[in-house]
Design a protein around this ligand. Structure first.
Ligand code: SF4
Length: 154
């Protein structure tokens, strides 16, 4: 993998949340690179990340990455007010994370620094995932907190 990992902010958050949920990252039928990027980040907590709100290094090998645009949809059965196109949904969530953490497209920071920002500034994430049911977000928040702790250590 390249020296710098291009990553959507919410993809990093998802990896840390996954770590809090047990930290097993397996290859996905979509063929995306969550598992390899997660492995890279876990094996070097100081690896450099570049914030990328478009198709990132996780999206690169994904079957839904069509010429740099995601053609997937999201499940709106439990979040009827969310935009059904995953591209729009991701952008919405990424923009909220950017605002919350004070980051912008193209910013570079080490994975550890990103995680420290999460620790210090993520606050109540209900507002970031406001289209989702509150109980799901509450579960997500617990895993995220656990993941941050696990990633940064004592
Ligand atoms: S955002 Fe779309 S293209 Fe990127 S990994 Fe997810 S499904 Fe694939």
């Amino acid at each position: 993998m390249a020296n710098v990992i291009h990553i959507k902010p919410h993809h990093f958050v998802d990896i840390i949340t996954g770590l809090g949920a047990g930290g097993r990252f397996e290859p996905h039928p979509y063929g995306h690179a969550v598992h390899t990027v997660a492995e890279c980040i876990m094996s070097d907590r100081d690896v450099l990340l570049e914030m990328d709100l478009g198709a990132d290094d996780i999206c690169k090998p994904c079957i839904h990455n069509i010429d740099g645009l995601c053609d997937d949809t999201i499940d709106i059965s439990f979040r009827p007010t969310a935009p059904p196109a995953k591209r729009e949904w991701n952008l919405l969530i990424d923009r909220r994370w950017c605002e919350r953490l004070g980051i912008r497209q193209g910013d570079r920071l080490a994975a550890r620094q990103f995680c420290e920002r999460l620790r210090d500034h993520s606050g109540d994430i209900t507002d970031i995932y406001r289209e989702n049911p509150a109980d799901r977000t509450a579960e997500r928040a617990v895993k995220l907190k656990k993941g941050i702790k696990g990633f940064l250590g004592p």
